[in-house]
Design a protein around this ligand. Structure first.
Ligand code: KIV
Ligand code: NA
Length: 276
């Protein structure tokens, strides 16, 4: 299909057509997502956990993100790609934030960047937007500051916290973000934001919204460390891969692989080199 743009995403919000959004980190996954007709791909800093094996997202570097975004762009040339700004790529200053957001655009050809936080990153969002770069905000459960939240916990479950989140969402819109992602928040709060905001409100673990995001490692059954409540599993790729490796090892050990159909036989009589 044709690559979508913010014009499509605004129309989809207006018409109540949910955007489909998954994470992907490498060429094959991106290619499969595009072939499935997925609307957007997030190259999340969750790559630290899903593909690099870290316990959290904070060790992920700009270089990791750029390299994975490049692979994803090669795999999905006609899909909207969101580059996720890693820990410490935007926390220090507006100038840093603009420079690093610019690297995603220049070096990895992504369509926009995403960063975590509400009011406290409003000046970052404005600075990046003023540089002509599209930004998606991200509030609720924000993994890069999960220490301050007391862990990977749902947010906005009491009225005081919900009000603070709604103020954050409005600040993100006011700062110039073209969309916002809400993570692990009650659907009542997400639904209110969806009506209150002009920009699309996307959800991961936050109920129905203008679009849904899911982490490929979770939905495909590749990430084994833990599975959040909000994940629906659509496949068990870990099991498929483990069984394939076992079958291969078994074949090699028993001499069933390689078989005659897997070899290139010599095309001439072998006496020639047997004389050597
Ligand atoms: O990195 C990521 O995949 C994300 C989602 C969990 C929202 O930011
Ligand atoms: Na992230």
């Amino acid at each position: 299909g044709k690559k979508k743009s913010i014009v499509d995403f605004m129309r989809m919000k207006k018409e109540g057509e949910p955007v489909t959004w998954v994470t992907a980190y490498d060429f094959p996954m991106a290619s499969f997502a595009q072939q499935a007709g997925i609307d957007m791909i997030l190259v999340g800093d969750s790559l630290g956990m899903v593909v690099l094996g870290y316990k959290g997202t904070n060790p992920v570097t700009m270089e990791d993100c750029i390299s994975h975004c490049q692979a994803v762009r090669r795999g999905a040339p006609n899909t909207w790609i969101v580059g996720d700004m890693p820990f410490m790529s935007y926390q220090i200053s507006d100038a840093d934030a603009v420079a690093n957001a610019g690297r995603f655009i220049k070096e990895a050809d992504v369509d926009c960047v995403k960063l975590e936080g509400g009011q406290r990153v409003a000046s970052r969002i404005k600075a990046i937007t003023d540089a002509g770069i599209l930004v998606i905000g991200h509030i609720g459960l924000t993994p890069q500051s999960s220490g301050q939240l007391g862990g990977f916990l749902a947010q906005g479950r009491d009225v005081k916290n919900a009000r603070a989140l709604i103020k954050d969402a409005l600040a993100v819109q006011e700062a110039g973000a073209y969309a916002i992602l809400v993570e692990a928040v009650p659907p009542e709060v997400t639904g209110f934001m969806q009506k209150k905001l002009e920009i699309p409100v996307y959800s991961i673990g936050a109920g129905p919204a203008d679009g849904q995001l899911i982490i490929c490692g979770d939905m495909l059954g590749m990430f084994q460390a833990f599975t959040p409540k909000f994940v629906k599993k659509y496949a068990n790729v870990a099991e498929i891969e483990i069984n394939a490796f076992k079958d291969y090892a078994d074949d090699v050990r028993t001499g069933r692989f390689p078989a005659d159909e897997h070899v290139y036989h010599i095309l001439e009589p072998i006496e020639e080199f047997e004389k050597m």
